[in-house]
Design a protein around this ligand. Structure first.
Ligand SMILES: [Zn+2]
Length: 67
């Protein structure tokens, strides 16, 4: 097996803007998913954090960076 390295020049990459206010900066935020005991593998309630990126200016979460 060979390790293929993908070279990406970040200067050529496009900045992602907030869909709401066009801000360029984002911060990690967490949504917590509650796993019901009925569907949990061990039969116990569980909480699973899901990380999303929110705009630092208005708090908007872009659709393509959400679920
Ligand atoms: Zn924003």
């Amino acid at each position: 097996m060979q390790n293929k390295q993908i070279q990406v020049n970040l200067k050529d990459a496009e900045d992602v803007k907030c869909e709401s206010c066009e801000n360029l900066y984002f911060k990690p935020v967490f949504r917590i998913k509650r796993i019901s005991p009925l569907i949990s593998p061990n039969g116990k309630e569980a909480f699973v954090p899901v990380q999303l990126l929110a705009c630092t200016s208005c708090g908007h979460i872009n659709k393509d960076m959400g679920e």
